[in-house]
Design a protein around this ligand. Structure first.
Ligand code: GTQ
Length: 345
């Protein structure tokens, strides 16, 4: 395996011109751009978006742009490696911070990418997904799978803010991203499935043999259940840290086709250094305060902040107070493609 490949410059000009005229280019000068040795060479840089500045900017957007003119009133968190305006926080993950004011609605649409929301602030917000009304409370994870109709509403009296995570970059890359619009959905008059079918881990409704189960049976993961699970795990684990995966309660597998979600509890004084993973990630701080070092970049985070991490990064978390983070990653996609990997530190 050669480390020194031929360059474009060493080829005669007439040959280079003839290649251009024919609409071709030699692979060898560009080979390492797309096939670097040993591990990928990410464009993504670690990003940090403190909530205080996003909140101020979002509330101003609320004054400047009515929801009717925005459809979705969202500030997009751009990967610093790609620059402001990039509609992605990492190679595969888009995140945006969305504001809905009291009484507003964001109209119904459905699209090929999948979305999930992590609720950041406010009470009375809800999303309707295929007729199921999903209340949005702080820290809840609410899914909007690709192809499902969804609209957002607000019955409270203060602004509601949540973080959107979508696999949009992947769909844009595939030239597969588009949306359809429709009138607001009729809502079924029953609580969401986390309060009916899936109240407790390990228990699912009994069904007749031929009964079909919805592809996405549970679309809201209430934070109070997640935090309680983490606390018990941490109490009986070591060092007071714990991490849980959000799964489909009928299959035990990933909740969406490409994106996965975990919740972490970090205890002060117990540093956490996960293996280097082939996945990129976006972290959202539900509560707490601490520091994460990503490939040498230090991020001092506090409650409601968001930060991002490229593939194969060296990540070291250290909480200074009891902290809870949600991690968005793309392991489901990588597992399907057969290349998910973890490397010991
Ligand atoms: O709430 O449906 O941040 O369609 C980007 C695209 C949110 C949404 C975003 C969307 C939505």
């Amino acid at each position: 395996m050669s480390d020194i490949l031929g360059t474009l410059e060493e080829l005669p000009q007439d040959y280079r011109d003839a290649m251009s005229a024919a609409g071709v280019a030699p692979l060898w000068p560009m080979m390492r751009n797309v096939l670097p040795h040993g591990q990928p060479n990410p464009v993504t840089s670690p990003g940090h978006w403190p909530f205080a500045s996003l909140r101020t900017l979002l509330l101003r957007a609320g004054e400047l742009t009515p929801v009717e003119k925005a459809e979705r009133r969202v500030l997009v968190l751009s990967d610093p490696g790609r620059g402001v305006g990039a509609m992605q926080a990492t190679s595969s993950i888009y995140v945006g911070m969305q504001l809905l004011l009291p009484g507003e609605t964001a109209p119904a649409h459905r699209h090929t990418p999948s979305a999930a929301r992590i609720i950041v602030e406010g009470e009375g917000g809800f999303t309707v997904v295929d007729g199921e009304k999903l209340p949005m409370e702080n820290g809840d994870l609410v899914l909007t799978p690709g192809g499902d109709w969804h609209d957002h509403g607000h019955e409270g009296d203060k602004p509601v803010i949540w973080l959107d995570a979508l696999d949009l970059p992947l769909f844009v890359y595939l030239e597969g991203s588009y949306a359809e619009e429709a009138p607001l959905q009729a809502q079924r008059n029953r609580p969401d499935a986390s309060q009916v079918e899936y109240r407790a881990a390990g228990i699912v409704p009994t069904r007749k043999l031929e009964a079909t189960v919805r592809r996405y049976p549970l679309m809201r993961y209430p934070w109070k259940n997640t935090e309680a699970a983490l606390r018990e795990l941490a109490r009986f684990g070591d060092g007071g840290t714990a991490e849980v995966d959000f799964v489909n309660p009928e299959t035990g597998t990933d909740v969406l086709p490409t994106m996965g979600f975990t919740a972490m509890m970090l205890a002060p004084g117990t540093p956490e250094s996960p293996p280097r993973r082939s996945t990129s990630a976006v972290f959202h701080v539900v509560k707490g305060r601490g520091r994460t070092t990503i490939n040498g970049t230090v991020i001092d985070w506090s409650a409601k902040d968001t930060f991002s991490c490229p593939v194969f990064a060296e990540v070291d978390h250290e909480a200074t107070e009891e902290s809870f983070l949600v991690r968005v990653h793309d392991r489901p996609l990588q597992t399907k493609l057969g290349y998910y990997e973890e490397r010991a530190r």
